[in-house]
Design a protein around this ligand. Structure first.
Ligand SMILES: Nc1ncnc2c1ncn2[C@@H]1O[C@H](COP(=O)(O)OP(=O)(O)OP(=O)(O)O)[C@@H](O)[C@H]1O
Ligand SMILES: [Mg+2]
Length: 223
């Protein structure tokens, strides 16, 4: 469950990027966030992932108010929410496999288990055979898929993805979207920021449209 109540966000002393945002996403929903460039889509996802604080209002994820969350509770949120950003934050001095194993190592999985699960995640996103390469040796789209593998390897309850198919060709984008859809079918809540009308028409059950920091919550706008 994700809930925003009267959420405002500005960076520093700047203007409001988000202004009085209100919405609720139930567990298990598959929701797109759309809107023009600069509308505030990435900002919204960063608030949900706890990567940026709201300036005012209440952001709740899994019944936790992020504004009230203690430092100790934060790692649990990180585990519950898989985040795929436009800027992938991959570690270039480690192999692809090691990048995907990282979230599992943090949660204390034995190396053999972590390695097997990381390989399975890489296979899901079509990166089998690239385990031992550095992200530097991967294309932009491959790096993006590596970031997706890293985000899904922990089987988070909520997945938020910022333009996850923006650098991918049609077939690869479809493959990735089907990975997301399979996750959604087993109960994972999905929030995806995208400009891609065709993709939204094909996959979305609901689209939240954002413009100028304001929401036109069009529940079921896209059947
Ligand atoms: N770290 C930051 N500091 C200051 N301003 C920022 C920061 N990040 C984003 N902004 C501003 O917030 C506004 C919304 O940015 P955001 O990245 O959320 O838009 P977006 O809808 O994701 O756009 P795009 O479709 O181009 O990715 C932009 O005008 C941008 O300049
Ligand atoms: Mg963005």
């Amino acid at each position: 469950m994700i809930e925003f109540q009267h959420v405002f966000k500005s960076y520093g002393r700047g203007r409001n990027i988000l202004a009085d945002i209100n919405f609720r996403v139930e567990a298990g929903e598959f929701v797109f966030v759309s809107g023009p460039s600069g509308a505030g889509k990435s900002t919204l996802l960063k608030l949900i992932g706890g990567l940026e604080p709201s300036s005012r209002g209440s952001v709740q994820v899994n019944n936790q108010r992020l504004e009230k969350m203690t430092a100790r509770a934060r790692p649990y949120l990180r585990r519950a929410v898989g985040v795929i950003l436009q800027d992938t934050h991959l570690l270039f001095d480690r192999t692809a496999l090691a990048n995907v194993m990282l979230p599992l190592a943090v949660t204390g999985n034995p190396t053999a288990t972590a390695s097997a699960r990381a390989r399975a995640a890489l296979e899901k996103v079509g990166l089998s055979g690239k385990e031992d390469l550095s992200p530097i040796e991967l294309s932009g789209g491959e790096q993006q898929r590596l970031a997706i593998a890293r985000a899904i390897v922990n089987r988070p309850a909520i997945l938020i993805a910022d333009e996850p198919t923006a650098n991918l060709d049609h077939d690869t984008a479809t493959r990735i979207m089907n990975v997301f859809r399979d996750f959604n079918r087993v109960g994972v809540t999905l929030l995806i920021a995208s400009h891609d009308q065709e993709l939204m028409a094909r996959y979305a059950t609901r689209t939240l449209r954002i413009d100028n920091g304001k929401f036109a919550d069009s529940k079921g706008a896209q059947a």
